[in-house]
Design a protein. Structure first.
Lengths: 93, 310
């Protein structure tokens, strides 16, 4: 493989990592801001306010973990691809 | 020696074109992030970087001439845009540069650059690159002809305006500057994108904000196209007084006075009406769309006539 191609693949790998990170962060922000509305309404109703807060906490924790996992998987795969490209680059020298 | 070759040019490959498109869209971001996809401005020869040293120049141009022609491509393109369609299919790779070399004795140099960067920044890079070329060139340079397609014309105009004659010997050698499909008065499509972004962001909804943000991701080079006339802190870049300027424009319709042709121009750029003095000469090519202007027989004939003029 040509060095120029490896260089471009490395750049593409970095760009995909950036795009996934930015996309997940943006999606998470929109998700949270939309999900906040029903919780805000329900917590105004006295008898259900306490359980709703618990549900909101659980839901936020689960979705937060999911988004964090997506970011982690993307970073790890990006790192693996980066290592492979480094090795290919070293051979191409 | 003739530059024409049957060897495939990597500039025509899909990955290379993809990288150039990506640079046009988000090239400023790529450069800020230090991403290796960001293109650094350089001369290219048969799709590969041309270092400005004696050996490389001799290998690329074994029979150099005293007249140079520098071709600067447009937004989201690379130097492959200059290739006539037959050349792109693997036959003789002809372009305005190779034809000018063959017919008029110009030695052609093709620039590749990151079209997502602000026009003023690319112009500053071009000033340096041309100075390096003038220094490294094996013969005394009699004339430099600058040819820019689309955004490339704005980069040329801005480079000529920002170069200091006392420090850059090449500027005095520029006799002719040819702007092909260049939006000196700004590009309507970019102005539309700017308006759409502002309208979407004015709405409080999450989706409209998101779409507005995505539209706003376009590069600073793209945004500069909306302004046109090679923007600089001092305003519109002046035309280089010591050179003659030619605006070669296309229209979608065979009749340039047709309302569609007047409204949409070559699909991206409308035919301008120069208001400044000295007024550049405007030559219109009916029925030639924006990209075709970079590799059209009628346009080449016109360039040859310009070269033949005093």
């Amino acid at each position: 493989m040509e060095k120029e191609t490896i260089r471009q693949l490395r750049g593409l790998n970095d760009l995909v990592a950036d795009a996934v990170d930015a996309g997940v962060t943006r999606t998470e922000r929109i998700h949270r801001s939309i999900a906040r509305y029903p919780y805000a309404v329900l917590t105004r109703i006295g008898p259900v306010a306490a359980p709703v807060r618990v549900v909101e906490y659980v839901e936020t924790t689960i979705t937060g973990t999911v988004y964090w996992s997506v970011r982690l998987v993307a970073r790890v795969s990006g790192g693996v691809v980066s290592q492979v490209l480094e090795r290919l680059d070293a051979r191409a020298r | 020696m003739d530059e024409r070759t049957t060897r495939p040019d990597p500039a025509h490959s899909l990955p290379e074109r993809g990288v150039s498109i990506l640079n046009g869209m988000i090239g400023d971001y790529l450069q800020e992030r230090g991403n290796e996809l960001a293109i650094g401005m350089s001369f290219r020869h048969r799709g590969r970087p041309l270092p400005l040293d004696a050996a490389s120049l001799h290998a690329a141009h074994p029979s150099p001439t005293r007249k140079l022609c520098v071709l600067v491509h447009g937004f989201c393109c690379n130097e492959s845009v200059w290739t006539f369609p037959a050349g792109a299919r693997g036959h003789e790779q002809e372009s305005y540069g190779t034809r000018l070399q063959h017919d008029a004795g110009y030695t052609a140099f093709y620039v590749r650059y990151n079209t997502g960067l602000p026009i003023a920044e690319n112009a500053a890079h071009l000033v340096v690159l041309l100075a390096e070329l003038a220094t490294a060139y094996p013969l005394p340079v009699e004339e430099i002809m600058l040819i820019g397609h689309s955004m490339g014309g704005l980069v040329i105009r801005s480079a000529c305006a920002s170069a200091r004659p006392e420090s850059t010997g090449w500027l005095a050698r520029v006799r002719r500057a040819i702007y092909i499909g260049t939006p000196h008065d700004g590009a309507d499509l970019e102005r539309f994108a700017h308006g759409a972004t502002s309208a979407l962001k004015a709405f409080p909804g999450h989706v409209t904000q998101l779409i507005g943000d995505l539209l706003n991701l376009r590069s600073r080079g793209t945004k500069d196209l909306g302004v046109g006339h090679a923007p600089s802190p001092e305003g519109a870049a002046p035309w280089l007084a010591s050179a003659r300027h030619y605006l070669l424009m296309g229209t979608l319709t065979k009749d340039p006075r047709h309302p569609v042709g007047r409204l949409f121009g070559d699909a991206l750029v409308r035919v301008p009406y120069p208001k400044e003095a000295p007024e550049p000469e405007v030559i219109v090519f009916p029925g030639v769309h924006h990209l075709a202007l970079a590799h059209d027989d009628a346009v080449y004939r016109c360039i040859r006539q310009i070269c033949a003029g005093a």
